[in-house]
Design a protein around this ligand. Sequence first.
Ligand SMILES: *Cc1c(COP(=O)(O)O)cnc(C)c1O
Length: 463
Amino acid sequence: MDEKALRRAAELALEFRRGLADRPVGAQTDRASLHATLGGPLPQAGTDATEVIEQLAAAADPGLIGMPGPRYFGFVIGGSLPASVGADWLTSAWDQNAGIFAAGPAASVVEEVAAAWLLELLDLPTTASVGFVTGAQMANFTCLASARHAVLARAGWNVEANGLTGAPEVTVVIGEEAHATILTALGYLGLGRERNMRIPADEQGRMRVDQLEAALERVDGPLIVCLQAGNVNTGAFDDAVRAMEAVRRHPNAWIHVDGAFGLWARVSAHFAPVAAGLESADSWAVDGHKWLNVPYDSGYAIVADPAAHVAALAPAAGAYIQYAAVERDPFNFVPEYSRRARGFATYAAIRELGREGIAAMIERCCTLASRMADRLRAVEGIEILNDVVLNQALVRFRPSAGGNIDAHTRDIVSRIQADGTAWLGATTWHGMAAMRISVSNWSTSEANADRAVDIILRCAADA
Ligand SMILES: *Cc1c(COP(=O)(O)O)cnc(C)c1O
């Protein structure tokens, strides 16, 4: 066995991670240059494994983003905890098929253990089932597939067997600010990206519950309502307690919560009140690779009714499969058949920090987001557009000499990205250009946050 290639890969990985504190956060190259170094004709003969690893690392490096580093504030990204990265390496080395217990007993059991820990951390019903998926996109899909199953089964229709053709109409209600992945999931499920009732949002991006209440008066029959815990721009939460009270008046309703990052607020005693009441929903989508700081390829589809979850997701029978008697066959809870043993990385992240460490990380991120927003707000011409209730802030820059605020704001974001000390992205919020700040990395310290604000202010002064 050639151990050399794997040792070299580990060294190169460590070099990259050691460099994260200092390397430019953004990409240092473009598509054409990456094609020049990575491209070429299909290899006819093989190459020594160590050489493949070294060349790959060298060629990819300029196109790598300092995303797991401490000054990446774009999107809602999260970092990757050391134990979690290590467990992810082992997952590749062990190369287990986590589809069925018979193909990966440790992979199956670690999912059972991590699932129970996740439910306790997030304060969700301990009887809920958890599918380990690629991210919140597939978590939303999996949860909504379970919802589709349950509301149609109650209406006397077996959607897995018979499809949607001829099925009773399902009313889907979403907020105007629902994440794009909810729409995509509804499209995959045949419920339609546009065939839904859209409830207007308020100035923070929260569903207008008064409008939900009015809309529900016109609804009859199978109903799926999607709530949001953590708006991707503002961090705001829908008023779940009041929304659920209205939805529960319907006898055949399912409430789904997209809590990709926001659901983690429930781990912190300080921030849990913003996410109050969500434990009474029917399903929850949450990411591991965002705020839990598990490396990419980690999300959780959590369903209060395991029977609905399995009925919707368990694969069609295969004669050659060795099904578990009492053990967990992980493929019953996810859209895939064969797959990576994702549970190990989640297990390691939770063990590394423990409940107290996770709560502290969540609170630190929120405190730093507020600190950054406060410093920026104090400067003439800089405005914070949202109530900073969690880890997200929206910033707008007004040119001192007058002129176009949108263009000025976008110019400053470009300057910050070109500088490379920190990475922040742009968005449009209620028709206004804005810079987004998302703090969701375990390694972001106060010094990193301050250094980022210094650069933001310098770029703003130069613009
Ligand atoms: C990030 C996000 C998603 C999508 O999650 P992925 O992990 O990228 O699939 C869905 N909903 C919300 C609210 C998000 O923030």
